[in-house]
Design a protein around this ligand. Structure first.
Ligand SMILES: CC(C)CCC[C@@H](C)[C@H]1CC[C@H]2[C@@H]3CC=C4C[C@@H](O)CC[C@]4(C)[C@H]3CC[C@]12C
Length: 417
């Protein structure tokens, strides 16, 4: 007989049995997060390809740097935008559901497409699973009126020591064309490490740790230091950030401090001078702009929500048998597809992104060293150094959407549906 730990807090209400077993499986796991079998309340029906949208839930803040004539202030606006994305990226699931969840593990070629329509005009999102072993997601986000564009890719490397620790592999590149600047600015952005807290209480949530950087072609670098409860400030989700001319870390132009889930303050100069007088801005979270996603029947068969619809419905019902059969169909069809490709000597062609050859990426060659990124973009750990391919995107845009008949064929061949 199972004796469910009655003290375990259950945020999804799916019963207490299984959490202890889950903790045991974590303690001995091999680093591949997708192999963890989690209890129902921890299962999310959202795939990791959707997470790319967290980069832009305030399109007007994303686009703002394009309006700023001064290069140092532009770098500050980029830092501000980056900081405002953290709450969505790392705390939105636990705020919404009461605990972090285990997202769906995307299949190769999975797409998540959408756009925002608001004060900032139209902003387009393209997200694609560009690698399955190791799992890596690439994205491109463009604000059409300003031309501000973010592209990047990421993978995770997990390890277990006291809890689940995750190092993010990959980076993002932001391009900003300011009217006053001779050429567009390029910002190279690294991603913070994180770990899971609250595991033993059955209510996992994310804390960020270590440092991440943003360095620019205009000669500025921002360093962000993350800390949690029990560290310097004592509060969870804390950070301090400084912006300085690249290479002159002591020459602080601006400093930012606060909590990435709540509010933060930007001051000019180093933190020791902080007062009302050098306060530049106080940030408090703003309402989000809602991403518009096509209705399921209008989506391409490889679009995330359409492809996972049956799995998502089964998760919502708590019907784990159906979850596993429906997941299994996708996994088997994908395995067969890979075997077929191998036999025919071809590889899956990514719809929007192309892997670059070693040393071929000028952003990493020029800016990588300042933030500790290798010239190959860690391609060995992300299945390639992925860059948005405009020609492919144009071709995808011109393509006529598959007919009902073709869509059914694709779903059957690629997803086993
Ligand atoms: C909830 C626990 C018990 C299970 C572990 C789930 C793991 C797979 C989840 C929990 C939190 C998740 C991370 C949350 C936020 C981001 C930021 C996004 O830009 C890239 C993916 C990334 C980095 C996620 C990767 C997968 C992740 C690490």
């Amino acid at each position: 007989m199972e004796s469910a730990p009655s003290t375990t807090q259950q945020s999804g209400g799916a019963g207490g049995a299984g959490w202890g077993a889950f903790l045991k499986s974590i303690a001995s796991f091999n680093g591949d997060l997708s192999t963890l079998t989690a209890p129902p309340f921890i299962l999310s029906s959202t795939s990791l390809t959707e997470f790319s949208s967290y980069w832009c839930e305030h399109p007007s803040i994303f686009a703002a740097p394009a309006q700023e004539p001064d290069a140092a202030k532009r770098a500050l606006l980029v830092l501000k935008w980056f900081l405002t994305t953290l709450k969505q990226q790392y705390a939105s699931r636990s705020e919404q559901y009461g605990n972090e969840k285990k997202p769906l593990n995307p299949f190769l070629g999975e797409l998540f497409l959408g756009r925002w329509e608001d004060d900032a005009g139209t902003t387009e999102l393209i997200s694609e699973q560009v690698s399955h072993h190791p799992p890596a997601t690439a994205y491109n986000i463009t604000n059409l009126p300003s031309g501000v564009r973010l592209e990047g890719y990421n993978a995770q490397k997990a390890s277990f020591s006291k809890t689940i620790n995750i190092k993010q592999i990959g980076h993002a590149v932001l391009t900003v064309s300011a009217p006053s600047a001779a050429e567009p600015d390029t910002y190279l952005i690294t991603l913070p490490s994180l770990h899971i807290e609250g595991l033993i209480f059955g209510s996992p949530f994310i804390e960020l740790e270590g440092s991440s950087y943003i360095t620019s072609s205009t000669g500025f670098t921002a360093k962000i230091d993350y800390s949690g409860k029990g560290w310097l400030s004592g509060k969870k989700n804390s950070f301090t950030a400084v912006l300085y001319p690249t290479g002159k870390e002591k020459d602080i132009l601006f400093n930012v401090s606060g909590q990435w889930t709540k509010s933060f303050e930007i001051h000019s100069g180093p933190a020791k001078h902080n007062s009302k007088d050098n306060l530049v801005e106080s940030w408090n979270p703003l309402p989000l702009s809602e991403l518009i996603v096509a209705p399921l029947e209008k989506q391409h068969p490889l679009e995330s929500r359409r492809a996972w619809a049956k799995v998502a419905a089964a998760i919502a019902k708590g019907d784990l048998d159906t979850v596993s059969t429906e997941k299994g169909k996708i996994e088997n069809a994908q395995r067969e597809m890979r075997a077929k490709e191998k036999a025919e000597g071809r590889t899956w062609s990514r719809r929007y992104f192309t892997a670059q050859h070693d040393g071929a990426d000028w952003v990493l060659t020029k800016l990588g060293a300042a933030v500790g990124l290798p010239e190959n973009g860690d391609a060995d750990k992300t299945g390639g150094l992925w860059r948005f391919d405009l020609a492919k995107a144009d071709a995808a845009r011109r393509e006529t959407p598959p007919s009902e008949e073709e869509a059914r064929k694709l779903a059957s061949e690629l997803l086993g549906q």
